[in-house]
Design a protein around this ligand. Structure first.
Ligand code: HEC
Length: 205
C-alpha cells in the first residue's frame, strides 16, 4: 500500500469515528444538547453567523483518533419550521455551488495545478444543479425587505421554473464541456449568467 492510500484509508477511518461520535451525540436527548434555533424563519442574511461561537472547551466534545475536540460552530439541532429548515438547506446548498464554482475558476486562473479535479467540481455542480428546484419546494420567502428568497418565486412558479431548468441544463452542459476538454473559461462564463440572472430577479440582497 502506498503511503498516500494508507493516509486516505486513515482519513476515512477518522471520518467514520467523528461521524459515529456525531450520531451518538445527536441521539442523546435533552435541552442541554440543543443549540438555539435560528432566528424566526431562518431569515435575514446573518445566518452564517447565527450559531454562537462557543468556547471549544465548553462545546460538545467529539472524540476520535486525534483526541477529543469541541466544535466551536455547533449545528442548530432543531429548525422550528419547515420553512426555516429549507431556508438553511437552500443557503448551504447555494454556498456549495458557489464553492465548486470558485474552485473551478481558481484552477483555471492559476498555475497551481489540480486540473484533474475540475471534473469532480463540474459534476458536483451538475448534480446540485439538476436538483436546484427542490430548494424551493416549500414556500419560504425572506420576510419583507430582508435579504433572501423573494416571494416572487412562489407567486410565479412557471416563470421561476424556467430559471431552475435553464440552470440545470447549463450545469449539465458545463460538466460535458469539461469531459470533452472544451472551452472552460467561456463555459464557466455562460454558467455564471444563470446564477446572476436568477439572483437579480428572485433574490433580495
Ligand atoms: C434558479 C435561481 C437560482 C440560481 C440558478 C442560482 N441561485 Fe443562488 N440563490 C438563489 C436564491 C433565491 C437565493 C436566496 C436564498 C435564501 O436566502 O433563502 C440564493 C442565494 C445564494 C447564495 C447565498 C447563500 C447564503 O448563504 O445566503 C449564494 C452564495 C449563491 N446563491 C450562489 C449561487 C451560485 C454560485 C449559483 C450558480 C452556480 C447560483 N447561486 C445559482 C437563487 C438561485
Amino acid at each position: 500500500m502506498t503511503p498516500r492510500k494508507l493516509l486516505a484509508g486513515f482519513g476515512l477511518a477518522a471520518g467514520a469515528f467523528v461521524l459515529a461520535a456525531g450520531i451518538v451525540a445527536f441521539a442523546v436527548p435533552g435541552e442541554s444538547a440543543r443549540a438555539p434555533a435560528p432566528s424566526s424563519g431562518g431569515n435575514g442574511h446573518s445566518h452564517a453567523h447565527d450559531h454562537a461561537h462557543v468556547d471549544p472547551d465548553q462545546a460538545e466534545q467529539l472524540t476520535g483518533p486525534f483526541g477529543s475536540h469541541g466544535d466551536r460552530h455547533p449545528q442548530a439541532r432543531i429548525f422550528e419550521t419547515a420553512e426555516a429548515g429549507l431556508t438553511e438547506r437552500r443557503r448551504r446548498s447555494m454556498s456549495a455551488k458557489s464553492g465548486h464554482f470558485r474552485a473551478i475558476s481558481a484552477t483555471l486562473l492559476s498555475e497551481a495545478g489540480g486540473e484533474d479535479m475540475l471534473q469532480v467540481h463540474a459534476d458536483a455542480l451538475d448534480l446540485l444543479g439538476s436538483q436546484i428546484d427542490r430548494l424551493f419546494e416549500v414556500a419560504s420567502p425572506a420576510p419583507e425587505g430582508e435579504k433572501g428568497a423573494l416571494q416572487a418565486i412562489w407567486d410565479d412558479t412557471d416563470r421561476f421554473a424556467l430559471y431552475t431548468a435553464a440552470f440545470a441544463d447549463e450545469s449539465a452542459r458545463f460538466a460535458q464541456t469539461v469531459r470533452d476538454g472544451g472551452d472552460l473559461i467561456n463555459g464557466l462564463h455562460d454558467l455564471r449568467y444563470y446564477c446572476v440572472a436568477c439572483h437579480a430577479d428572485f433574490r433580495q440582497r
